[in-house]
Ligand binder design. Structure first.
Ligand SMILES: Cc1cc2nc3c(=O)[nH]c(=O)nc-3n(C[C@H](O)[C@H](O)[C@H](O)COP(=O)(O)OP(=O)(O)OC[C@H]3O[C@@H](n4cnc5c(N)ncnc54)[C@H](O)[C@@H]3O)c2cc1C
Length: 384
């Protein structure tokens, strides 16, 4: 498989890298942790002006017709600087669903302003009992007049505290966990009856608990066909998983570079600790795990829109397992090789560690993805 980037992709990666190095180093992430929203609308606008929000959307939707590989390459660079803007929530999750299912009015009203950097979006799918099964949905949307009334609670909604509009998964029919009967609605961030509680994650990012207490939406807010959303939801969450691998890949590469630099600088017994072969072996094992994750990141980005859903699932689940198992090796060794200072807030290593930990858990942890991989057709035969 040829992993060589096109000239356009190389130019785009260089531009994002320059932005991260100059305008969004880790110091900006540190500043953002304590602000009201947690990121900067003016930076979001800059990202839009640079074409990074719209790059992978069809031209008919105001995009540049790129691929998910472009999305992953951007996120990988954002990961290097712990860029806090809500790219996965807005662009990958809610933006992806709007582009796939939205009608002309919904594209113009909700997707276009986000791609122009004027708004941000969120996707509310998880509930306190649902774990990684998005069809386990107790939030209901019942027909009322010409529209729907939505009632329920959503947890860990990425960017839910600040989004201008939120795609909400709700049950229009069927029992909890039925694949059939799941529907999507676009709800305004300031809709009467919507209560948003900001929750600070351990990674310094903000999420929200949403309480929908009789939120009224018109029939024009139904995204796609009533009761038929579960396939698109699974697709969106797989894209979220691929995006999480891409962002974390940037962080793993940064952790590796920081650790090797430290091994070269830190002196014990009159010499740099990196001169000891035992630590060089550890560094080379870390390098191998970072490279494996990079390969899985590219493969999952290629397969994310595969016509064969099982091919997509296999690539995404394998990448997620590598992120957790191989990534953990890099994370724990970076902490250990830095020594005790690595667990202090002043040292950047811990910030990367915590963000990767969250990305490992989002959209399915390794146990869940191993289970899904093992359930795919052909797994038994391949294992024998
Ligand atoms: C919350 C906390 C709890 C702790 N609890 C314990 C405890 O219960 N017991 C305990 O013993 N310590 C404990 N420590 C200390 C911890 O083990 C030290 O941080 C660790 O020994 C690294 O020392 P350092 O910070 O000076 O790092 P450095 O001296 O900078 O070393 C960095 C890394 O290089 C390795 N290294 C250094 N020199 C060599 C060498 N010559 N050859 C091979 N590797 C080398 C070190 O093992 C370390 O991983 C604790 C620290 C913290 C922060």
């Amino acid at each position: 498989m040829n992993f060589e980037l096109s000239e356009e992709q190389k130019m785009m990666v260089d531009a994002v890298r320059r932005f991260v190095d100059k305008d969004s180093p880790v110091t900006r992430f540190r500043q953002m942790r304590t602000t009201d929203v947690g990121y900067e609308p003016k930076v979001w606008k800059t990202m839009a002006d640079n074409g990074w929000l719209a790059v992978a959307f069809p031209e008919a939707h105001g995009g540049y017709g790129g691929s998910f590989v472009d999305t992953s390459l951007i996120l990988e660079q954002f990961g290097r600087g712990l860029v806090p803007e809500p790219y996965i929530a807005s662009v990958v999750l809610a933006g992806g669903l709007l582009s796939r299912l939205g009608n002309d009015m919904q594209i113009e009203k909700f997707l276009a302003p986000m791609l122009e950097g004027r708004t941000t979006l969120a996707f509310a799918y998880a509930e306190k009992q649902s774990r990684y099964d998005a069809t386990d949905c107790e939030t209901t949307a019942t027909k009322s007049g010409s529209g729907y009334t939505i009632r329920g609670e959503k947890v860990w909604v990425l960017n839910g505290h600040a989004a201008d509009a939120i795609v909400v998964a709700a049950r229009t029919s069927g029992g909890s966990r039925d694949a059939d009967g799941l529907s999507l609605f676009v709800v305004d961030g300031d809709a009467p009856g919507l209560q948003r509680t900001r929750v600070h994650g351990m990674d310094g990012h903000s999420t929200a608990l949403l309480r929908l207490d009789g939120v009224e939406v018109g029939a024009d807010r139904l995204l796609g066909k009533e009761g038929k959303a579960s396939e698109a939801v699974e697709w969106a969450l797989d894209r979220g998983a691929a995006a999480a691998v891409a962002e974390a890949q940037g962080q793993l590469a940064s952790l590796f570079t920081m650790t090797v630099d430290y091994l070269k600088q830190r002196k014990q017994f009159g010499r740099a600790i990196g001169s000891f072969q035992a630590l060089q072996h550890r560094a080379s094992d870390m390098f191998a795990e970072v490279e494996l994750c990079k390969g899985m990141m590219i493969l999952s980005a290629i397969r994310v829109d595969s016509a064969d859903a099982n091919e997509r699932r296999a690539a995404i689940s394998a990448a997620k397992v590598q992120l957790q198992q191989g990534g953990w090796y890099v994370q724990e060794n970076s902490i250990q090789l830095f020594g005790g200072i690595a667990i202090t807030d002043e040292q950047d290593v811990g910030l990367y560690f915590k963000r990767i930990r969250v990305l490992q858990a989002l959209f399915g942890d390794a146990d869940w993805h191993l289970g899904r991989y093992a359930s795919l057709p052909g797994f038994d035969g391949a294992a024998r």
